[in-house]
Design a protein around this ligand. Structure first.
Ligand SMILES: Nc1ncnc2c1ncn2[C@@H]1O[C@H](COP(=O)(O)OP(=O)(O)OP(=O)(O)O)[C@@H](O)[C@H]1O
Ligand SMILES: [Mg+2]
Length: 376
């Protein structure tokens, strides 16, 4: 078991493609860490550096307390599951899972021919590990099949099995669920969480899907343009985003933003005027250009909130109303400005008509107009 450390790691491809920019990130022993961010933000590159498939341009890469920059991939004791899990098509599921183990454990033997007591013991041990992993992943009834005789989700689990049997120090997973349909993705997501709980192996999981990040990560590291934006527990990243990028990236539908200024302890713009909570550090920054943020679920139908404070109310036209069952998503227009509200289904909204909404004053976010950093 081991943690993984990026110490001022930079990766530059060619002359000037900075894929990872001065990354400092410590993944704890046994932790499930999710790297999340939009396409091209450097997630795969970061993972490939841990695997040793890509060399860091500068900085120190640690596995446990060992600097591994110069350690060849096969000696790093990590297992990686890729988005395109390449199974060997001519081998059975069993052989696919056992393959890496045989290579490693029996490298001195011609394993099929070897008959020594030692080779037999290794074979029995491999057999036990393959069955144990297959059972854990619910593919033990498929061990004789070839990959082409499996569904996408089953193939995915074979790829996971191949990684599990190696009992590595660290698991690296690069969008391992992206080939699965929505239902299977949710199911496999839960299986991976359980698997991590059972095995307790340090796992670094890459995804561009913020829902996956929120549901799977013990901590999530949000990246943009090769730069780490924030690393914390999902609730913290969601409720206290470090900057406007993180606030807009994590959460669906995304946070609403309005640009404006601070005046007399209030956020003021031509769209909205909202008092800041007493003691909010932005309240004293008269004249400062800021961006106001509010999540869709923190905007309510004012007619359903008893004693709604007028100071937090605004009127908007209901452009589109989507009925999702558990909640409704309302696309609002305040003049030309768009906002989204997630509302209880019992709202009395009608598409095309004006309506009064209220903002939860305790849930507002203020970002610096220039640096875009959260002011709190
Ligand atoms: N071998 C390479 N040579 C040159 N540039 C590369 C190479 N690999 C990646 N890049 C660039 O580095 C940046 C980061 O790429 P990376 O694959 O790490 O992104 P990612 O976050 O995994 O994106 P995605 O979600 O699309 O998989 C991108 O700008 C990409 O074009
Ligand atoms: Mg990638």
């Amino acid at each position: 078991m081991a943690g993984v450390g990026f110490k001022s790691i930079t990766k530059i491809f060619g002359k000037d493609v900075k894929a990872v920019d001065n990354l400092d990130l410590d993944i704890r022993d046994k932790e499930f860490m999710v790297l999340v961010g939009p396409s091209g933000c450097g997630k795969t590159t970061a993972l490939r550096m841990i695997a040793g498939l890509e060399e860091a341009t500068s900085g120190d890469l640690m596995i446990g307390d060992r600097r591994v920059n110069d350690v060849p991939p096969k000696d790093r004791d990590i297992a990686m599951v890729f988005q395109n899990y390449a199974l060997y098509p001519h081998m059975s599921v069993y052989d696919n899972i056992a393959f890496g183990l045989r290579l490693r454990e029996l490298k001195g033997f011609l394993w099929q021919l070897a008959n020594s007591a030692e080779a037999k013991k290794i074979k029995t041990d491999i057999d036990a590990r393959v069955h144990e992993a297959a059972k854990m992943l619910d593919i033990d009834h498929l061990l004789h099949r070839k990959p082409k005789e499996l569904s996408g989700g089953q193939r995915q689990r074979v790829a996971l099995g191949r990684a599990i049997v190696r009992k590595p120090k660290v698991f690296l997973m690069d969008e391992p669920l992206s080939n699965l349909d929505a239902k299977l993705r949710i199911q496999t997501r839960a299986e991976l969480i359980r698997l991590h709980r059972d095995l307790g192996i340090t796992t670094i999981y890459v995804t561009h899907d913020q829902v996956e990040a929120m549901t799977m990560g013990q901590r999530i590291a949000v990246m943009s343009g090769g730069v780490l934006q924030q690393c914390d527990e999902p609730e913290v990243v969601y409720n206290q985003p470090a900057n406007k990028f993180v606030a807009g990236f994590i959460g669906a539908p995304p946070m609403n933003f309005v640009d404006g200024t601070i005046s007399g302890g209030r956020f003021v713009s031509d769209v909205l005027t909202v008092p800041l909570p007493t003691g909010h550090p932005a309240a004293a920054m008269d004249g400062k250009k800021v961006t106001f943020g509010i999540r869709p679920e923190d905007v309510s139908d004012a007619s359903l909130v008893s004693g709604a404070d007028e100071a937090f109310c605004f009127t908007a036209r209901v452009d589109v109303l989507e009925k999702l069952g558990a909640e409704d998503t309302a696309y609002l227009k305040i003049g030309e400005h768009s906002m989204i509200a997630s509302l209880e289904p019992k709202n009395r909204l009608e598409m095309g008509s004006d309506h009064k909404f209220v903002i939860d004053g305790a849930k507002i976010h203020i970002f610096d107009g220039e640096s875009e950093r959260a002011i709190r």
